[in-house]
Design a protein around this ligand. Structure first.
Ligand code: FES
Length: 95
């Protein structure tokens, strides 16, 4: 079965109510994370600001979260010299 995770442009990782029963969430120690009741979608935080992690609580809209590629577009408009090709492989790491 294919489970679709939708990466929202300025918000969470979204899994429909139909797919949610087939998703198992575990923490870093392998413990199961309880999911919302059956029939509800899963919305996982990717902004880091939710007070209900790993679930989205809508805080992303209050903090103006922009996904990396979207934020990169905005940054390049403001500071063109800061433009970075996020898809390019890392060939050098400066310390
Ligand atoms: S993505 Fe919604 S609170 Fe983080």
């Amino acid at each position: 079965m294919t489970i679709t995770i939708t990466v929202r442009k300025t918000g969470s990782l979204f899994i429909t109510a139909d797919d949610a029963p087939n998703v198992r969430l575990i923490d870093h120690e392998g413990n199961e994370i309880p999911k919302p009741p059956e029939g509800k979608p899963l919305s996982l935080c990717r902004c880091g600001a939710s007070s209900r992690k790993p679930f989205c609580d809508g805080t992303h809209s209050k903090i103006g979260f922009l996904a990396g590629e979207f934020a990169q577009e905005i940054a390049a408009q403001v500071v063109p010299s800061a433009a970075v090709d996020v898809a390019a492989p890392v060939t050098e790491i400066k310390t």
